[in-house]
Design a protein around this ligand. Structure first.
Ligand SMILES: CC(C)(COP(=O)(O)OP(=O)(O)OC[C@H]1O[C@@H](n2cnc3c(N)ncnc32)[C@H](O)[C@@H]1OP(=O)(O)O)[C@@H](O)C(=O)NCCC(=O)NCCS
Length: 148
């Protein structure tokens, strides 16, 4: 797989935002995306194919927990293993993290399948969490036993 992963910089912002704004649902919008990017505790990665950004991941850390708050792959690059690669990298990068958390729309089959494949387990449902259309969120967790 010809790609590399790096920390998101200001130069990457417009390309990453374009991927976010092209999502079918649940986009953060321009302001939400900007706020998440400049937030002190935010951790943002891009995945790049040659020179173009083909996806990104946002998250934040609290002591030994990591919350994955956003992950997206550009439409034409989906279901080619890039999302899996990006998630595997963050888990590998964050050696001190014991639990990775995320939330996902219960109808988002590609994302649910990806997280299940990664080993995330369902924790509980947050009713009516999403809007446009209204939908429930499944909270999932991946516990890493072999991390320090
Ligand atoms: C969810 C998302 C990040 C997955 O990234 P991706 O690069 O397409 O996923 P991968 O190619 O790495 O696929 C890994 C696994 O995910 C699942 N998967 C991915 N796309 C799928 C699809 N269209 N249908 C069903 N399962 C799918 C499969 O289990 C797949 O394993 P397989 O290749 O052995 O079948 C991508 O679909 C996306 O950007 N969606 C829009 C944004 C979004 O919904 N983000 C998640 C918010 S919680």
């Amino acid at each position: 797989m010809e790609c590399n992963i790096k920390k998101m910089t200001e130069e990457d912002f417009d390309q990453a935002l374009a991927i976010e704004m092209d999502l079918e649902q649940d986009t953060w919008g321009v302001d939400g995306f900007k706020i998440s990017f400049i937030h002190d505790e935010a951790f943002a990665l891009t995945i790049n194919d040659n020179k173009d950004i083909i996806g990104f991941l946002f998250g934040y850390e609290t002591v030994d927990e990591f919350n994955i708050s956003n992950i997206a792959i550009k439409k034409e690059y989906r279901h080619k293993g890039f999302g899996y690669y990006l998630l595997s990298n963050i888990i590998e990068m964050k050696k001190h993290i014991k639990n990775f958390f995320l939330e996902v729309r219960t109808t988002n089959t590609p994302a649910l399948s990806l997280y299940q494949k990664m080993g995330f387990k369902p924790l509980y449902i947050r009713k009516g969490y999403y809007q446009n259309p209204t939908g429930d969120a499944l909270i999932m967790c991946l516990s890493i036993n072999n991390h320090i």
